[in-house]
Write a protein that binds this ligand. Structure first.
Ligand code: B1M
Length: 215
């Protein structure tokens, strides 16, 4: 129904055009389009295309950076709408979430954090490039039930294992579960490192978090 708009959204990211991305995100709100649909069918299609072109050598770092910036602009417009649409309910649990040390990709992690908050979790988003012990210490400080760790690089996903090990080494009064995610992360990887949960997207992360906490 909104195919043309979704196509233009993808193109705005491919062009790295912040102004157009911002205008299209606002337009989708005015049209009453589900913000998550706009993100997934529109903007993510563009950023995935740029990533694919980058891996084939047809696009270069500046294009990747510009696409990332335009993506952030679009999401910053849609995020308050995601939050507004989420109905307030009892707090389901406390989550500490971060992108691991050495990794500065924050778009997917922030989306997961927003969706968890929208679903009723108290979310402490520590940002990107966060040292493992800081994540685990924060979980202890806020009495978290769940730690969410995002990694977008094959070289940084190994840090997710360090989080699982650090949690096991640090005595928590209650069990703290670890959920992992990010483009290169798979269920097999989750099992290999002994994490408790995995989701390939932000919507799935809500279901996994609820299941892990028995909600
Ligand atoms: Co980078 N990058 N990047 N990048 N980048 C990738 C990841 C890459 C796959 C591109 C490619 O080559 N095709 C590649 C990794 C290759 C690999 O390791 N196998 C790559 C590379 C190589 C790099 C650099 C090393 C490039 C360089 O400098 N030579 C560099 C690394 C910097 C660093 O981190 N140290 C780099 C830098 C960047 C930018 C800064 C330019 C920019 C990030 C901007 C930002 O985040 N603020 C960027 C971008 C934009 C990408 C791509 C194109 C898009 C990532 C994105 O935002 N996707 C990406 C290619 C791709 O993934 N197709 C790429 C949209 C987002 C909504 O999806 O993040 O996957 P995603 O999150 C999803 C799910 O994964 C899941 O839910 C989210 C929502 O559905 N999810 C979770 C994520 N976290 C979760 C946590 C959970 C559960 C689910 O539980 C806790």
């Amino acid at each position: 129904m909104h195919e043309k708009l979704f196509k233009d959204m993808a193109q705005s990211i491919i062009d790295g055009d912040n102004d157009v991305a911002e205008a299209l995100a606002s337009q989708s709100i005015e049209l009453g389009i589900d913000p998550l649909e706009a993100i997934n069918k529109g903007f993510v299609v563009g950023v995935t295309h740029v990533g694919d072109e980058f891996s084939c050598g047809n696009a270069f770092l500046p294009e990747l950076v510009m696409a990332g910036e335009a993506m952030k602009v679009a999401i910053s417009i849609l995020e308050p709408e995601l939050t507004r649409l989420g109905t307030k309910r009892e707090v389901l649990g406390t989550v500490v979430i971060a992108t691991v040390e050495g990794d500065i990709h924050d778009i997917g992690k922030t989306l997961v954090a927003t969706m968890l908050a929208t679903a009723g979790f108290e979310v402490h988003d520590m940002g990107v490039d966060v040292p493992i012990m800081d994540i685990v210490q924060k979980a202890r400080d806020v009495d978290a039930n769940l730690i969410g760790v995002s990694a977008l690089l094959t070289t940084t996903m190994v840090k997710q294992r360090d989080v699982v090990e650090a949690v096991a080494d640090m005595a928590f009064s209650e069990k703290v579960q670890v959920m992992v995610g990010g483009a290169p992360v798979t269920r097999a990887w989750m099992e290999e490192i002994g994490a408790d949960g995995f989701s390939e997207d932000a919507i799935g992360a809500i279901a996994v978090a609820k299941e892990l906490l028995g909600k």
